[in-house]
Design a protein around this ligand. Structure first.
Ligand code: HMG
Ligand code: MG
Length: 310
């Protein structure tokens, strides 16, 4: 029987946080509806960060209760950088939060205005406080391969921070290639080291596709035993505080790669394309992962065949 991989679609958060066009709460809900229709059962919906820093996420307090009401079965995580973010997320009824710790001093300063040690402590405190409130947690370790400010990230540093977040009890440790600088060999080496300190089923990978290696890196992670992936429809995304960060690995690319390699995802490629189409209309520019043009041609051929007279 095919082995299942789980996908958290981060389109509404990572995908929209850096866009020139700001989606309304209603349109974010519509995007999430398309994801759910495609079989997505886990999303990262928004972030409770400073609206001055990321105005695209300013409606988080309104969005979360509307998601809970409309999609009660959907696993919904929200990003929180500190205790204030956690308080806001909890007040909005969030059930799961993600903290974001970067593996270098400068990236933490640029992203959340803390040094590495403070970011580590604040992330740990936020995870513990979330557990006290009965919430589930994820902990990102960002710039896990390369930092846009400090260059290559030492593997031992990523292992140290992942170990710390695991010891704190974070439910999922999300290894993030913020600027898409990983290679399959580096992914293999990092997860080979991580599996000695964090159980494999607690590890996830969050890949950006800056250099076209997103799917190859996801394959290396699969071979290393990772079964939890982040991705975004159409490959939208990027961190506003990490220069050179392109979009995430596209959900449709990940699904195509996994489904044609003996894994099941529970997601429908045709329905995912509807979500890509919707995001494209909203953001008013062409979108799509590496496979989207081909996938669209297959969809068009199928539709044309269905329209043929019998
Ligand atoms: P700061 O200025 O150092 O915060 O910002 P502060 O504690 O000095 O407070 C300043 C003001 O912000 C105060 O308000 C606080 O109340 C408020 P004022 O008194 O001036 O009116 N404040 C907040 N407001 C709303 N929500 C909060 C919050 N905290 C303080 N949670 C802060 C620190 C972290 C807030 C800021 O730097 C920030 O919001 N940064 C945004 C970070 C972000 O969203 N980055 C993108 C997401 S991470 C990412 O994309 C990477 C990832 O995808 C993985 C990967 O690919 O690597 C996850
Ligand atoms: Mg990201």
């Amino acid at each position: 029987m095919a082995e299942t991989i789980s996908i958290t679609d981060v389109s509404p958060r990572d995908g929209l946080q850096n866009q020139a066009v700001h989606l309304s709460t209603e349109d974010k809900l519509e995007l999430i509806a398309r994801l759910v229709a495609a079989g997505v059962n886990s999303v990262e919906a928004t972030s409770f960060v400073s609206p001055k820093a990321v105005p695209q996420m300013a409606d988080a307090g309104e969005l979360v209760p509307r998601i809970s009401a409309r999609f009660p079965q959907l696993r919904t995580s929200v990003l929180v950088p500190n205790l204030k973010g956690l308080e806001r997320a909890h007040a909005a009824g969030a059930q799961e939060v993600a903290v974001v710790l970067s593996a270098t001093e400068t990236m933490n300063r640029k992203n959340i205005n803390m040094g590495l040690d403070e970011a580590t402590e604040v992330s740990a405190q936020t995870v513990l406080a979330a557990h006290d409130k009965g919430l589930r947690t994820r902990a990102y370790v960002a710039v896990a391969f390369e930092c846009p400010f400090e260059g290559k990230t030492p593997l031992a540093e990523v292992v140290r921070l992942a170990t710390r977040m695991h010891a704190t009890g974070a439910g999922e440790i999300v290894i993030a290639d913020t600027i898409g600088a990983a290679s399959p060999q580096k992914v293999r080496a990092l997860f080979a080291a991580l599996r000695d300190v964090v159980p494999m089923d607690r590890l996830a990978v969050h890949l950006h596709d800056t250099r076209g290696l997103g799917a190859a890196n996801a394959w290396a992670a699969l071979e290393a035993g990772v079964r939890r992936f982040d991705a975004s429809v159409g490959g939208i995304g990027g961190c506003p505080f990490a220069p050179g960060a392109a979009g995430n690995l596209a959900t449709e690319d990940l699904v195509l790669m996994a489904e044609t390699s003996g894994f099941t995802t529970g997601l429908s490629l045709d329905a995912l394309l509807d979500a890509v189409d919707f995001a494209e209309q909203q953001l008013r520019r062409p979108l799509g992962g590496r496979s989207s043009a081909w996938l669209r041609r297959q969809r068009d051929k199928r539709l044309a065949a269905e329209l043929q007279p019998a």
